[in-house]
Design a protein around this ligand. Structure first.
Ligand code: MG
Ligand code: ZN
Length: 218
């Protein structure tokens, strides 16, 4: 029981800091997306494609969360987007205080859209509010079509599902209808985009939607 109590206190404290982050984002008019997925599903590649598509349309910034290395920050910095890397040194999710501290190192002047790339993990990032407008969960076709059923909290707490690597559909045992239906069973309000960072399919639909800065009802 004591473990449960400590966990609840940690989450309560996190929610308070997240509320502060959210107020700051609202004051500055910054639309913030918390990008969550398992490792290797393509979060950083999606960011690269998004920056290519949107960099003339709006000013963006990114907070990269990783257990180790600043490799992802190096990748996105090539697009001229302000970036700060959080290295969690083993921590398996981002918390609101880490984001608050990272924001102090980020030049947010004129930034309209901020991406927070969470640590690759489909479990605990679902429980940690960072102050974002919404969570965007990425599932790639190589992970199979059963993942929404196995990680329901992440699907329930997300507003958007990006199904990535659709170019691999002919080669992997993943049925797109099954994947979509499994996700919608858990969260009927989920907005779904099917994309490929290799062929570019679906990227412009995703980016056109981002420009509207809508938060789907949950
Ligand atoms: Mg990454
Ligand atoms: Zn964790």
């Amino acid at each position: 029981m004591s473990v449960i109590t400590i966990e609840r206190k940690v989450l309560e404290k996190n929610d308070q800091v997240a509320a502060g982050n959210r107020r700051m984002f609202a004051e500055r008019g910054i639309f913030v997306l918390n990008l969550v997925s398992s490792p290797g599903s393509g979060k950083t590649s999606i960011l690269e494609k998004t920056f290519e598509d949107l960099r003339d349309a709006m000013k963006m910034a990114v907070i990269e969360g990783d257990v180790q290395t600043d490799l992802d920050a190096q990748r996105v910095s090539r697009y001229g987007v302000p970036v700060v890397q959080i290295v969690t040194l083993g921590g398996c999710h981002l918390e609101a205080n880490l984001v608050r501290d990272a924001l102090e190192k980020l030049d947010l002047t004129g930034v309209e859209l901020l991406f927070i790339e969470n640590v690759g993990n489909l479990v605990c990032p679902s429980g940690y509010d960072l102050g974002e407008a919404m969570k965007v969960v990425v599932l790639s076709t190589t992970e199979g079509d059963d993942k929404p059923l196995k990680y329901p909290a992440m699907i329930r707490n997300s507003s958007v599902l990006l199904i990535n690597k659709i170019d691999l559909i002919p080669y992997v045992p993943c049925d797109l209808d099954t994947l979509r239906n499994n996700a919608l069973k858990i969260n009927p309000g989920l907005k779904i985009f099917e994309i490929s960072c290799v062929t570019g399919e679906g990227i412009s639909a995703w980016c056109d939607w981002l420009k509207k800065k809508e938060t789907p009802a949950r």
